[in-house]
Every structure is written in structure tokens, then in C-alpha cells.
Design a protein around this ligand. Structure first.
Ligand code: FES
Length: 160
């Protein structure tokens, strides 16, 4: 069985993994990252999105062995010192969730889309979140939350 080294939310792990084990199952079932949900297991819904070496990926579409040597950030590792990440706070303040199942993936995808465009238009946000499905909200508050999160993250960078 292959042994992989992986950093998750700043913690280093070495794990023996079946070659066919999916990253999302490693995260949830072995490493306690149950904040990353499984909505479909077929790469459709985006609920399982995490950051892999700084880019968002659907962790149900990545094998654990492919993440060997990588740095993973899940929704549980976003905040610092018990505080929410600005994008998490924006989702909270804009009421951008109902059941909350899609929210971890939405937040990760939203942060990723700001890497290319720190001040995205509504259209850019909607395109950037195309791979993340929400079955409750109708997306309006999600778009508002991403804009608000983008503003707060921009201010956080500009404020010394
Ligand atoms: Fe991975 Fe739906 S659980 S995309």
C-alpha cells in the first residue's frame, strides 16, 4: 500500500492509502475533516472543494496518492485563531446559505476565483462558481457574499 505525506490545514500527516482511495475520503474518514462534505461523489456538485497547493479542486475527483507531497486547505483550516476567514464571514453576513451543505465548497471556490480577479463582476462570480451547485438559495445572496468577501479581502491586503 503506498505511503503518502500530506499537509492538511497546516498539519503534516503520513498515511498508508489504498491506490483507489479518493482524497475526500482520506480527508473525511481518516483525518477528521468532516467539514468537507460529499454531495455527489461524481465531480458534479462541488461540495467537496478544497485547496490543493493553492488551487481549488473537487476532492472527490483526486486520488489520495495524487496529493502526495501536497498542501491541502479545507474549510476547517481557513480561519485563524478562532476567527472566520473574511469570505466565511461574508457568507454569514449576507445570509448566503440555507442548508449549508454547499457552503464549504462555495467558499473555497470563491476564494480561488479571486486569485485571477480580486474585484470580480457578478458575471465573473457566476462563471467562477459554475461548478458549485446550491439547491436552496438561488445564488443571489451567494453572489453578494462573494463581492463582499472580495472587498473585505482587498481591504485586508491594503490595510497595514
Ligand atoms: Fe465532489 Fe460532488 S462530492 S463534486
Amino acid at each position: 500500500m503506498p505511503r503518502i505525506a500530506i499537509t492538511v490545514d497546516g498539519i503534516h500527516y503520513e498515511e498508508d492509502v489504498e491506490p483507489r482511495l479518493l482524497l475526500v475520503h482520506l480527508l473525511r474518514e481518516r483525518l477528521g475533516r468532516t467539514g468537507t462534505p460529499v454531495g455527489c461523489d461524481t465531480s458534479n456538485c462541488g461540495a467537496c472543494t478544497v485547496m490543493l497547493d493553492g488551487k481549488s479542486v473537487k476532492s472527490c475527483s483526486v486520488l489520495a496518492v495524487q496529493a502526495d507531497g501536497c498542501d491541502v486547505v479545507t474549510i476547517q483550516g481557513l480561519g485563524a485563531n478562532g476567527a472566520m476567514h473574511p469570505m466565511q464571514r461574508a457568507f454569514h453576513e449576507e445570509h448566503a446559505l440555507q442548508c449549508g451543505f454547499c457552503t464549504p465548497g462555495m467558499v473555497m471556490a470563491a476564494i480561488d476565483l479571486l486569485r485571477d480577479d480580486p474585484d470580480p463582476s457578478e458575471e465573473t462570480i457566476r462563471q467562477g462558481l459554475e461548478g458549485n451547485l446550491c439547491r436552496c438559495t438561488g445564488y443571489c445572496n451567494i453572489v453578494r457574499a462573494v463581492r463582499r468577501g472580495a472587498q473585505e479581502m482587498g481591504q485586508a491586503v491594503r490595510t497595514p
